[in-house]
Design a protein around this ligand. Structure first.
Ligand SMILES: Nc1nc2c(c(=O)[nH]1)N[C@H]1C(S)=C(S)[C@@H](COP(=O)(O)O)O[C@H]1N2
Ligand SMILES: [Mo]
Length: 533
C-alpha cells in the first residue's frame, strides 16, 4: 500500500512538472506572438541568450567556440532550452506543492526577461511588453492546471497534496474525474497552441530577415572607380593551399549576434558624432555617392590560434573612413573612434588609423563582387588593415563616435582584451594537413603568411629540426593581404616534424614564444607532425 501510494504521488509530481513545462511554453509563445505584433526585439529567449553572451566569462566563451565552433550559438540556445525545461518543471512542482510559488517563479522569469530586454541595444520601451504578456499568460495557465491537479489529487485517496484541498470555483466540490479531464484537456490545448503560435510567430519574424535577403539580392552596387589588380603569380597552383581570395561562403564568421541583424539599406543611417565640428548623418545612397573603390585586405580575428582558421582575404568595395570622418571634422583632442553596430557591439579604433592617408581603412559595402553577405555586416561594415577585427571591423555599422580612449570603452575591453590591438604577423601551414597521412615522394609543403600594412619578406620552413629553408612566395596583391608560400619536400616514410615562420618587410622575425589569444593575439611558430606512409 505504501509503495503504491509513493508511485502515485510521484505520478502527480510528474504531471505537475508537465504543467510547468506547458506553462513555460505558453509564456514563450505568447511573448513571441506579442513580439511579432509590437516589438520584435522583445523576444525573451533571444534577449536572455544575448545577455548570456555578453556576461559569460572569457574562458567559458573560448571553450564554447573551441568546442562548438560555428555552432556555438546553436549550442547556447540548446543549453538555454534545457535550462528553461528544467526550471519550468521545478516551477510546476513548486506550484503543486506550495502555491503560489510556481506562479511567483514565472513572474520572476518575466521580470528577468524584461531586464535582459530593456538593457539590450536598440530596445524600445515597448520591448518589455512581450515578456509581461508571456508571464501573465504562462502564470495563468500554471495556476489553472495546478489547481486542477490539486483538486484531482485531493479527491483521490492515496495521494494527499501538501496543503488543504482546493476550493473549486462556484463552491461545488468536484469529483476527481472532472479535474483530471480538465487538466489533460487544457494541458493538451495549451501545449499544442503554444507550439503552433510560438513556431509560427518566430517563423514570421524570421521572414523579415528573408525579406532583407531579397533586398540584398536585388541590390545593384555601382561599379568600382578603381579595381584591385591581381598580379601574375599571385596565386600558387598547389592543391590544398588556401585560395588567394576566400570565397564568401567559406569566410570565417565571428560576432556576438545570436541572430544576424536584418538591416534595410533604405532605412540605414550612419551617424558621425561625438568630438566633431558638426554631427553628420549619411544614408546608404549618400555613402555610395561618395564613390566606391576596391581594396584587397586580409581580415584576422584576435581569437585565431597559431595555425587557426579565423582569417580570410577578400576584395572589399567601399569608401575610405577618412573621407567620411572629414564630413564631420574630428576635433584635435580626439584619439579614438568608437564604431557601433545596430546590435550594440562596439569597436574602438585609434583615430590616426582611420585618418592616415597611407592606410586603406574603409567602410565596406561589397565583398568579393557582391553586396556584403548578411552575416558579414550588410549593408555597411568597417575594415581596417593591420588591426584585429574586434578593434576595427564593426559589422552592421550604425555610428562612428569620435572620442578618446580615456572616455570610452569598446565591447571587448572590459572582457579581457586590450583596447589597442594591431595584428601580430604570422604564418600558417595549409598542406599537408595535420593528422592526415600522405604518401612518400615529392610533396609541396605550403600555406599562407600575413603581416598587414607591412608585408611579408620571406617564409622559412624547417623539417625535422633541420636547417631553415626559404619558401617560394606568391606575388602578393599588396602588403595588406596574405601571401602564399611553398617548398618542395621529398617525403620519406615515417613521422616528420614541420615548422614554419615568417619574416616581415621590416626584417622582424615572427615571435617564436607561444602566447594565448588574450589579451591581444596569439604568437608562436606553427609546428606540425606529418605522417608519411
Ligand atoms: N556587430 C559586430 N561586428 C563585429 C563583431 C561583433 O561581434 N559584432 N566582431 C568583430 C570581430 S571579433 C571580428 S574578428 C570580425 C569578424 O568579421 P567576419 O565575421 O565578417 O569575418 O568582425 C568584427 N565585427
Ligand atoms: Mo575577432
Amino acid at each position: 500500500m505504501a509503495k503504491r501510494m509513493r508511485r502515485t504521488t510521484l505520478g502527480f509530481w510528474a504531471l505537475a512538472a508537465l504543467s510547468g513545462v506547458v506553462s513555460a511554453a505558453v509564456f514563450l509563445a505568447a511573448a513571441e506572438l506579442t513580439a511579432l505584433l509590437v516589438a520584435r526585439e522583445g523576444s525573451p529567449i533571444l534577449a536572455v541568450g544575448g545577455f548570456v553572451i555578453d556576461i559569460v566569462p572569457q574562458p567559458f566563451k573560448e571553450f564554447a567556440i573551441a568546442t562548438f565552433g560555428e555552432y556555438d550559438k546553436i549550442a547556447l540556445l540548446a543549453g538555454l532550452g534545457l535550462a528553461v525545461l528544467f526550471a519550468s518543471a521545478i516551477a510546476g512542482i513548486l506550484q503543486f506543492v506550495k502555491p503560489p510559488l510556481g506562479v511567483v517563479a514565472l513572474g520572476i522569469a518575466g521580470a528577468l526577461s524584461v531586464a535582459a530586454i530593456v538593457t539590450r541595444a536598440g530596445a524600445t520601451p515597448l520591448a518589455s511588453v512581450p515578456p509581461i504578456v508571456g508571464a501573465l499568460a504562462g502564470g495563468f495557465i500554471l495556476w489553472y492546471l495546478s489547481a486542477r491537479l490539486r483538486g484531482w489529487a485531493a479527491a483521490s485517496t492515496d495521494a494527499t497534496p501538501m496543503e488543504q484541498p482546493t476550493v473549486h470555483p462556484k463552491g461545488a466540490a468536484s469529483p476527481a474525474s472532472v479535474d483530471r479531464r480538465a487538466f489533460f484537456r487544457i494541458t493538451g490545448i495549451a501545449g499544442a497552441s503554444a507550439l503552433i503560435v510560438g513556431v509560427g510567430a518566430r517563423a514570421l519574424i524570421n521572414a523579415t530577415a528573408s525579406s532583407i535577403v531579397a533586398v540584398r539580392k536585388a541590390l545593384k552596387l555601382p561599379a568600382p572607380a578603381s579595381k584591385v589588380t591581381v598580379p601574375a603569380g599571385a596565386e600558387l597552383d598547389v592543391p590544398g593551399i588556401s585560395p588567394l581570395i576566400t570565397p564568401n561562403a567559406d569566410f570565417y564568421r565571428v560576432d556576438t549576434a545570436l541572430t544576424v541583424p536584418s538591416v534595410d539599406p533604405d532605412a540605414w543611417r550612419l551617424v558621425i558624432d561625438g568630438m566633431v565640428d558638426k554631427r553628420v548623418e549619411l544614408s546608404f545612397a549618400d555613402l555610395i555617392a561618395m564613390g566606391l573603390d576596391e581594396y584587397a585586405i586580409t581580415l584576422t580575428c584576435v581569437s585565431n590560434e597559431v595555425g587557426g582558421e579565423l582569417l580570410g582575404n577578400a576584395i572589399w568595395l567601399g569608401v575610405p573612413v577618412r573621407e567620411v570622418l572629414k564630413l564631420a571634422g574630428p576635433t584635435a583632442d580626439a584619439d579614438m573612434v568608437l564604431s557601433r553596430s545596430v546590435d550594440g557591439f562596439t569597436a574602438g579604433t585609434p583615430l590616426e588609423s582611420l585618418t592616415d592617408d597611407g592606410l586603406d581603412a574603409i567602410l565596406a559595402v561589397g565583398m568579393n563582387g557582391e553586396p556584403l553577405p548578411l552575416e558579414h555586416g550588410f549593408p555597411v561594415r568597417m575594415v581596417v588593415p593591420g588591426l584585429y577585427g574586434y578593434v576595427s571591423a564593426t559589422k552592421w555599422l550604425s555610428e562612428l563616435k569620435v572620442t578618446t580612449f580615456a572616455a570610452d570603452e569598446a565591447y571587448w575591453t572590459p572582457r579581457g582584451y586590450s583596447a589597442k590591438a594591431p595584428i601580430k604577423f604570422s604564418s600558417r601551414l595549409d598542406t599537408p594537413r595535420t593528422g592526415e597521412a600522405i604518401p612518400a615522394g615529392r610533396t609541396p609543403v605550403a600555406g599562407v603568411a600575413w603581416a598587414q600594412t607591412v608585408g611579408i619578406d620571406r617564409v622559412e620552413v624547417s623539417i625535422d629540426d633541420g636547417e631553415w629553408q626559404s619558401a617560394t612566395l606568391s606575388s602578393p596583391i599588396n602588403d595588406d593581404t596574405w601571401v602564399q608560400w611553398f617548398v618542395d619536400w621529398e617525403a620519406t616514410v615515417g613521422t616528420h616534424y614541420v615548422a614554419v615562420r615568417a619574416v616581415n618587410k621590416n626584417g622582424d622575425l615572427q615571435i617564436e614564444e607561444r602566447a594565448p589569444i588574450a589579451p591581444d593575439g596569439s604568437t608562436g611558430w606553427q609546428r606540425t607532425l606529418i605522417r608519411v606512409t
